[in-house]
Design a protein around this ligand. Structure first.
Ligand code: FE2
Length: 310
């Protein structure tokens, strides 16, 4: 998005024109009574998309999601924790391409993401880069579930914005570690599998919960201990310590996914186990392969029968 002005009509606040800065945020707007300096951390689409002017928690999450500049996105994500009004009942519409992301990394097919030996620094950097990219996507995914799905209890939104903030911290830790290896986030290509599943499930909260936190993110519980051990084996104690933090937090994130998945199943009168099988097939979810981290999965709220069915 470029700096400039956006015209709009019919808004109940009487906004006629908004001045947009380079980051895509509204810096001022004009009403029938004159110009107002806004300094709102809100994407321009929001002024015209619904009936709120002051950004709610869900507005702020959409604005953060739409932000391409990484540091601005991370800051806006943390800032959303302080929102006083959730705005659960607003149906928001995004008029910008989501998610906002920098030009790099280049997005490629999973088979074109480089995999090298961890015993070399470039190999280790490629692994940390791939993990950083997963965390960057995880920030976007948690922001997306907040703005996209209305009419949930306030706790739903508060919990997911907390997840988004913790994912932003994971990303920042990995990016800093990557920098210590002489590599910047964006230097390697990456794949877009996580966001593709978000796009497929954008109209179906039950499917989103089943297939993003409970499938793709839960996969992290299975693989994190082995990655931590490999990093330790090549003497990367700092990298291993980051993996410890991530595993600890991800158990809680998947537990939040499980809690709201079961909530949504109850509301729709569905059995969680059979509903999962139906959704996995309908949305062509990747078939997970073991070994599974049973202890972490149980701690994250999976039932034994659900783990056995994998
Ligand atoms: Fe994470």
């Amino acid at each position: 998005m470029h700096a400039g002005t956006v015209g709009g009509a019919g808004h109940q606040q009487g906004i006629q024109r908004a001045i947009i800065d380079e980051g895509g945020f509204v810096r001022a707007y004009r009403t029938s009574r004159g110009r107002v300096s806004a300094k709102l951390r809100v994407a321009p689409c929001l002024l015209f998309a619904d009936t709120y002017l002051m950004p709610t928690l869900r507005h702020q999450c959409l604005a953060a999601l739409a932000t391409a500049d990484i540091d601005a996105k991370l800051a806006a994500t943390h800032e959303a924790l302080n929102a006083t009004d959730v705005g659960a009942d607003a149906a928001l519409v995004a008029t910008v391409a989501l998610p906002g992301r920098p030009d790099r990394p280049l997005l490629v097919s999973p088979k074109d993401v480089p995999q090298r030996s961890l015993s070399t620094v470039p190999g280790r950097a490629a692994l940390i880069h791939a993990l950083a990219h997963i965390e960057f996507n995880a920030v976007n995914l948690a922001l997306d579930i907040v703005w996209r799905f209305p009419l949930m209890p306030d706790d739903f939104y508060r919990q997911w914005v907390q997840v988004a903030s913790e994912e932003a911290t994971h990303f920042a830790m990995l990016r800093a570690h990557l920098q210590s290896l002489g590599v910047a986030y964006g230097d390697f290509p990456a794949h877009n599998g996580l966001w593709e599943m978000a796009a497929k499930t954008q109209c179906d909260l039950l499917a989103r919960l089943a297939l993003v936190p409970r499938t793709l993110e839960a996969r992290g519980l299975d693989v994190s201990p082995a990655i931590r051990n490999k990093l330790l084996a090549v003497g990367d104690k700092a990298g291993a310590a980051i993996l410890e933090v991530i595993l600890r937090d991800e158990i809680r994130h998947v537990a939040i996914g499980n809690y709201w998945y079961r909530h949504a199943c109850r509301e729709q009168g569905l059995d969680p186990l059979t509903a999962y099988a139906t959704l996995a097939e309908r949305y062509n979810a990747p078939r997970l392969r073991g070994p599974f981290n049973r202890e972490a999965r149980l701690a994250a709220g999976f039932e034994q029968a659900e783990i056995d069915a994998l």
